[in-house]
Design a protein around this ligand. Structure first.
Ligand code: GLU
Length: 371
């Protein structure tokens, strides 16, 4: 169980408001955050990549803006988030900075992670931060949210981040040990379930809605997160993060619930590209490109002979060989117009042709599935 965490290459850690922020005065629990940063530094020293999805902006900001307790109007929540997010980001920067680890703030909406256009940009920012050795610190971009900001939205956001970055493990640090067979706040005999292999109706029924006054989305949003994460080949674990060094505690056998994925992130992502997305265009390629793709390489503009259909950057397209037959599917890094302009050209001509320095590949091999 613990080795599952140790084996992970890329880990997303979601931190709930109640762990990070004092409910009465809105102060950030610095000592706890420092201890978490120690755990993160240890994971990175062991070669693991770590991304953080954090809540707490509203909880911090509302006290600093003098907003009353109780429920806030949407614009008040947004103002609170705007004010709290600065402090939150700063706290992470300081905590990670103690280990000389850089932090990069990334504010996303659930929509960015669902719509593939902005998705590609968000993903390359996250990957670039990781490559440069920084820890992405993600929160929802609450100021542009149009719907009511709900507690628990970040559970789903974290699962989407895990999905898009092909993380192996998502850790939800919460104020509850894991999934119980009934609500432990209402039933003293409730039993913790250590491992969930499939999200059956029976498991879903154990979820239940958040109780009034809960500062989290309860189990319901966590089960939604589990569905997204495991569907993307990412194992998810819920554990109580209250103790200092919550990751070390998890490693050392703290109570928790693991939700197991049946595929690895790579396979699941390829399944998603091959099966779920509807291609809206076609790239015709020459025999040389066809051979390169069969050998596992990316699709470069030079090998493309024609571009058909209408598509945006990040949309799924069909790749067809010289005889017109489908050979692969993938996410195209350019829209149909730009793809048409650079088709047949060397990658180092892209900047001159388009006026900006885009990707070298039309379809990166990670975004490509042979048919
Ligand atoms: N984005 C919100 C905040 O930072 C939290 C949403 C959540 O807890 O799910 O305050």
């Amino acid at each position: 169980m613990t080795s599952r965490l140790a084996r992970a290459r890329r880990i997303v850690i979601k931190i709930g408001s109640s762990l990070l922020v004092d409910g009465s005065d809105g102060r950030i629990h610095r000592a706890w955050l420092n201890a978490l940063a120690d755990d993160i530094a240890e994971a990175r020293a062991a070669g693991q990549e770590v991304l953080i999805v954090t809540s707490g902006a509203i909880a911090v900001g509302r006290r600093h803006l003098g907003l009353p307790a109780g429920s806030l109007r949407l614009e008040e929540s947004q103002a609170a988030a705007a004010s709290g997010q600065i402090r939150l980001a700063h706290a992470y920067q300081e905590a990670l900075g103690r280990h000389d680890i850089g932090a990069g703030q990334v504010l996303l909406t659930l929509d960015d992670t669902e719509g593939r256009r902005r998705y590609l940009n968000a993903l390359s920012t996250l990957n670039t931060l990781l490559k440069l050795g920084a820890v992405p610190v993600v929160n929802e971009n609450d100021t542009v949210a149009t719907a009511e900001i709900r507690f628990g939205d970040n559970d789903r956001l974290a699962a989407r981040v895990a999905m898009m970055t092909s993380a192996d493990v998502l850790v939800l640090l919460s104020d509850i040990d894991g999934l119980y067979d009934s609500n432990p706040k209402l039933n003293p005999d409730a039993r913790l379930i250590p491992e969930v292999k499939a999200l059956t109706a029976e498991i879903e029924a154990m979820g239940g809605k958040a109780l009034p006054g809960d500062s989290s989305g309860g189990m319901e949003t966590k089960l939604m997160a589990a569905r997204i994460a495991t569907g993307a080949g990412c194992h998810m674990v819920i554990t109580n993060g209250r103790a200092m060094h919550p990751l070390a505690a998890l490693r050392d056998g703290a109570p928790c619930t693991w939700f197991l994925a049946d595929a690895n992130p790579r396979t699941a992502r390829k399944r998603w590209i091959a099966g779920t997305l509807k291609p809206t265009g076609t790239l015709l390629v020459d025999a040389g490109a066809q051979r390169a793709l069969a050998a596992g390489r990316s699709l470069l503009p030079a090998g493309v002979t024609a571009v058909q259909g209408l598509f945006e950057r990040g949309d799924a397209v069909i790749v067809a060989g010289p005889d017109g037959g489908e050979i692969a599917r993938g996410l195209c890094a350019y829209n149909n117009e730009d793809a048409g302009r650079i088709a047949g050209h060397k990658s180092d001509e892209i900047e001159q042709l388009l006026g900006y320095r885009g990707r070298e590949e039309l379809i990166h091999r990670d975004d490509l599935v042979m048919s």
